[in-house]
Design a protein. Sequence first.
Length: 240
Amino acid sequence: MIISHKHKFIFLKPYKVAGSSFEFALSSILGSRDLVTYLGPDEEKKRLKELGVRENRNKKPLVDIIKNLSRQNKRDLKSLRWPRLFHPHASAEEVRGFLGQTVWDEYTKISIVRNPWDYLLSFYHWNYSGETRKPFEDWIFDNRHLVGQNNYQYYCQGKCVIDIFLRFEHLLDDLNKLPFCAKNVCAIKTQLSRTQLKSGFRNKSKSVEADMLESASFVDPIINSLCKIEIEKMNYKKPQ
């Protein structure tokens, strides 16, 4: 997640939409006052080495820790880490509450959207620990809470708050929607075109994945109910 005071935008980072790669690319145009959440350890090293940017202004003030010591804060302190203001996938509600309504309304809210069936396949394949996965239909049943998970980044109090949606499948082309000068858009495109973070886990054919989705068709009504933006606004359909 990024709050850029320099360019007056907020990037709300959903799950499984190339959000880390996009955040990495956005980091190429940020200023020193911008709030930047952390990537993984290897990605943070790469971002610092290539762009001179690291997690920034994301430490929770001591007074807030004393007032509200959350479970995550306790885990951070036990690990000798200073508690953070925001998780990388912070919700729109959290960010609005932090900024206040005036700044929230002034800044452009940017996010990424993806086919909701493809999103579930991506989650299934993202197996960095190498554990043996259950068959897809059993895994989906156990993890059906993941459907609509990105609504936390898209909505505040039941209303969509995103000004600019970028499509995962057309991410480079959709960068032209960004409200930046041509030089900055070019810099982001250049960086994104050569950045693929958290990739390499997926190698199934489209026909195999279509069969996987069909085996878990019980989840289709849930997707249709919870993924209104993806289906009604972006016209995504179940892959065949």
